[in-house]
Every structure is written in C-alpha cells, then in structure tokens.
Design a protein around this ligand. Structure first.
Ligand code: HEC
Length: 181
C-alpha cells in the first residue's frame, strides 16, 4: 500500500457496495477508485513465492491439527470407544508430533508484512519469547494427552483434551487474526 491520501477514499463506498452483495461490482469500484487515485506505481503487492509456500504449508498443517482435534472431540461426543480405537491412537500421536513441529512454521518474513494472505499476527515476531511459550504449552499438553490416553481413563482423557483446547485458544487469542472460525 502506498500512503497516498486518496487511498482512503474508496472505503465507505466499498462498504456500501458490499451491503448490496455484489462482489463483482465492489471489485470494479475498487479498480476504478485505484485508477482515480493514480497509484499506478504500485498496483499490487508481489509476494515472494517461497514465503507464500511456507505460509501455505503452515496453514495446511494447522488445518490438519484442527481436524485431528475436532475428530477426537466428536468421538467423545458420540460415545465411541477411545481405548483400542486406532483412529484415536493415531490422532493423539499426530497431534503431539504436530505440536513439536510447530516451532518451525514461523520463519522470519512469513508474517502479514509479506503481503500474503495469513492470519498470523505480526506480534508473533515481536513478542517471540511469549509466543514460544504458547508453542511449548501445546507440546506439554499434547504429550500429556498421550500419557493420559495410555493410562486408559476416558474421563481424564476428555478433561485433558479440553486442556489442549485451551492451549490452542491461548495462542489464537493473541497471535491469530480472529476471522470468526
Ligand atoms: C503457538 C500458537 C498456536 C497454537 C498453540 C495453535 N495455533 Fe492454530 N494457528 C495459529 C496461527 C498463528 C494460525 C494462522 C496461520 C496462518 O494463517 O498463517 C493458526 C491457524 C489455525 C487454523 C486455521 C488453518 C487454516 O486453514 O488456515 C486452525 C484450524 C487451527 N489453527 C487450529 C488449532 C488447534 C486445533 C490448535 C490446538 C490443538 C492450535 N491451532 C494451536 C497459532 C497457533
């Protein structure tokens, strides 16, 4: 983005058009507004493909973490057996292994400043020590989930899964853009 003052002009217009639920029209308005603003020097942010790929992989990994976590919760809700259930055993293992891998997914340059579409907030890189604690908390809690699973107590497993969920939220609250999911 340039700091051309007229960049601000299309905003109210855009909101109004979005209300009319015509994304195409909204896009056209933005294009026209861009032309009017005369910012032809920087029409689009070019994202480094290597950075874009790292972000894509990160999001894919988180998406898998989300599926594993949800499946475990659903299994409990349905009252399906936990012990001796290969899907549960594998999900518990995979969650712990993803948790340990997480620390490699936040290379410098893969934040919002890259211009890529990411929900990772810039604070990850400015408050790194605190962020790393949130990463570590997930490692601790998913390791514990494995131990509790091995212990065979279903009620304790349910409780520990909730604690894992809190570790997810503690990080999301501060370091992930909340877009309602
Ligand atoms: C240490 C921080 C941290 C922890 C812990 C964490 N997340 Fe996230 N999560 C993020 C960040 C940051 C993003 C945004 C990534 C991006 O858009 O580049 C994200 C994105 C996601 C996404 C969206 C992925 C997509 O499709 O773009 C899901 C789903 C998700 N996390 C689930 C979980 C679950 C479930 C847990 C716990 C088991 C968890 N996360 C733990 C930081 C964390």
């Amino acid at each position: 983005m340039s700091n051309h003052p007229t960049d601000l002009a299309p905003r109210p217009l855009r909101a109004g058009v979005r209300g009319a639920s015509s994304p195409l029209l909204a896009f056209a308005v933005l294009v026209v507004a861009g032309l009017v603003a005369g910012c032809s020097d920087k029409p689009k942010v070019v994202v480094d493909p290597e950075i874009e790929e790292k972000i894509r992989v990160r999001q894919q990994n988180f998406s898998e973490i989300g599926t594993l976590f949800k499946n475990l919760g659903d299994t409990i809700k349905k009252g399906d057996p936990l012990q001796g259930n290969p899907a549960v055993q594998s999900a518990v293992q995979q969650l712990a292994s993803y948790a340990k891998d997480q620390k490699f997914w936040f290379d410098a340059g893969t934040g919002p400043e890259s211009g890529a579409k990411t929900d990772a907030k810039a604070e990850i890189w400015t408050d790194r020590a605190d962020f790393d604690q949130k990463v570590e908390a997930l490692v601790v809690e998913t390791d514990k989930l494995q131990q509790v699973y091995a212990g065979g107590d279903d009620a304790a497993f349910g409780e520990q899964l909730k604690t894992v969920g809190v570790a997810c939220q503690n990080c999301h609250k501060k370091y992930r853009v909340d877009d309602g999911d």
